[in-house]
Design a protein around this ligand. Structure first.
Ligand code: NAP
Length: 246
């Protein structure tokens, strides 16, 4: 099946994607930032991936830093040979109303959510061009498509990912590489678990299916985009939001 690299895969949606792609038979590269907590959790996820009989290793790098990505991609190539699937999943939020948002929190979210996608698509795209095959899947958000109060920085980064996905799809298509995005809605996570019941009700009122999504429902779409049945789909955004907007 080849090798799949998933950024920010130590927990949350990224860890669900890593496990699903391992189940599909891909060897797995779990990237996460080099923090005490993520070293432990990424190691555990690698163990769960190996239980599917594939190779799985952790590579720690801050994907917002080009030089760290450059070293990581070179190390992955040396260890795994090919890179067949890239999932740009790492992301953060630093919410606040625009007039109160610090420049630092704007720049940080753009660097981690958006610049990282440039870093990894540029470096892994070059590897895939030589291979003349590959799948790139970028994790955007419904907030990038429709906006959200308190998330000017986050929506800017996630809307940019949509444009970058379409541009890269046009650049890489002739080399047999597809580039698509997934835009999740409200997915059950540490963040949504900590909301008050009133906040939860308000969010779910606008969702047709009246429930949060599960990380495995995002992983299922990524599995499809990484697999053989999506070979003629490129430059597309798949919204997975339980019918938030139609
Ligand atoms: P999460 O639980 O916060 O996980 C994010 C992962 O990214 C963590 O493992 C984190 O490491 C890692 N990370 C953060 N900065 C990094 C960096 N600079 N380099 C490498 N790794 C880094 O987030 P999630 O909810 O699973 O979200 C995953 C993706 O889906 C994000 O892009 C998010 O924007 C998007 N999304 C999520 C939702 C949702 O409802 N959850 C909805 C729409 C879109 P640490 O553990 O060390 O912090």
């Amino acid at each position: 099946m080849g090798t799949a690299v998933i950024t920010g895969a130590g927990r949350g949606i990224g860890s669900a994607i890593a496990q699903r792609l391992a189940e599909d038979g891909f060897d797995i590269v779990i990237n996460d930032i080099n923090s005490d907590t993520s070293i432990k959790s990424a190691g555990e996820i690698a163990g769960k991936c190996r239980a599917f009989g594939v190779k799985a290793e952790c590579f720690f790098a801050d994907v917002s830093k080009y030089s760290e990505c450059e070293k990581m991609v070179s190390d992955i190539k040396n260890s795994f040979g090919s890179i067949d699937v890239l999932v740009n999943n790492a992301g953060i939020t630093r919410d606040g109303l625009m007039v109160r948002m610090s420049e630092e929190n704007y720049d940080l979210v753009i660097a981690i959510n958006q610049k990282s996608v440039f870093n990894m698509m540029k470096l892994v795209g070059a590897v895939m061009m030589k291979q003349k095959s590959g799948r790139i899947i970028n994790i955007s958000s419904v907030v990038g498509l429709y906006g959200n109060k308190g998330q000017v920085n986050y929506s800017a980064s996630k809307a940019a990912i949509v444009g970058m996905t379409k541009s890269a799809a046009k650049e890489l298509g002739s080399r047999g590489i597809t580039v698509n995005a997934v835009a999740p809605g409200f997915i059950r996570s540490d963040m949504t678990d900590s909301l008050s019941s009133e906040q939860k009700k308000l969010m779910l009122d606008s969702v047709a299916m009246k429930r949060y999504g599960d990380a495995c429902e995002i992983a299922g779409a990524v599995s499809f985009l990484a697999g053989k049945d999506s070979s003629y789909i490129t430059g597309q955004v798949i919204e997975i939001s339980g019918g938030l907007v139609m």
